[in-house]
Design a protein. Structure first.
Length: 212
């Protein structure tokens, strides 16, 4: 998926924020796509880089950021009142957890991030980043910390770290590369902007034949 953040910003204003470890992601994929020195790897494409524990305002609401890496080094959860937007960490209880096999991802780190989420109050509402409707059920987007602790098929009911890592790594080994990951990486690491145009005014996406 390609970020629509610049479009939304152009219509509504506001600032673009992301976890401060986007710099690690930019460095990793800047090398994969052989980006030149014009591609800044310092996160400067974004208006704000969030560190763990940073707080901020959304109107009258106070929110704070939790660093929850594992899927990528930059992943963050944003907590607003009794709600948490968990990104690529947990899925709905019957779908488990996010994959951890992308460059910079790590299943053990993901487990520890999930345990941080489990430390939130049980009634905290968790809003999903993805849902795939396993077993033909309707798409869902909201659960609670308590439901995840009790019912998550990958990490619920006190699943140990080693058990989770073995399960997650075995599953990841069977997963294909997402169909749109090559274009999405090149756009999203630029905060949703296309790569710079060449001297003929054309913008290109690269396809590394043996780099991913």
């Amino acid at each position: 998926h390609l970020s629509a953040a610049p479009y939304i910003q152009s219509k509504l204003g506001g600032k673009l924020g992301i976890g401060e470890n986007i710099r690690i992601v930019q460095d990793t994929f800047g090398k994969v796509f052989n980006e030149g020195t014009e591609f800044q790897r310092d996160g400067s494409q974004f208006d704000r880089l969030f560190a763990d524990g940073d707080s901020y305002q959304i109107g009258t609401l106070t929110a704070y950021a939790m660093h929850t890496p594992g899927h990528t080094p930059a992943c963050m959860t944003h907590v607003v009142g009794d709600a948490a937007f968990v990104g690529d960490t947990l899925f709905m209880p019957d779908a488990g957890s996010a994959r951890a096999d992308f460059p910079g991802g790590d299943a053990r780190t993901l487990y520890r991030s999930i345990q941080r989420l489990f430390g939130l109050p049980g009634k905290t509402r968790l809003f999903m980043c993805h849902d795939y409707g396993p077993n033909g059920r309707d798409i869902q987007w909201e659960t609670t910390v308590a439901d995840e602790i009790e019912h998550n098929i990958h990490v619920g009911k006190g699943t140990s770290e080693d058990t989770f890592v073995a399960l997650r790594e075995a599953r990841d080994a069977t997963l294909a590369m997402p169909k749109l990951i090559i274009p999405s990486l090149q756009v999203n690491m630029r905060a949703g902007q296309l790569p710079p145009k060449d001297d003929e005014g054309k913008s290109f996406l690269k396809v590394p034949i043996n780099g991913l």
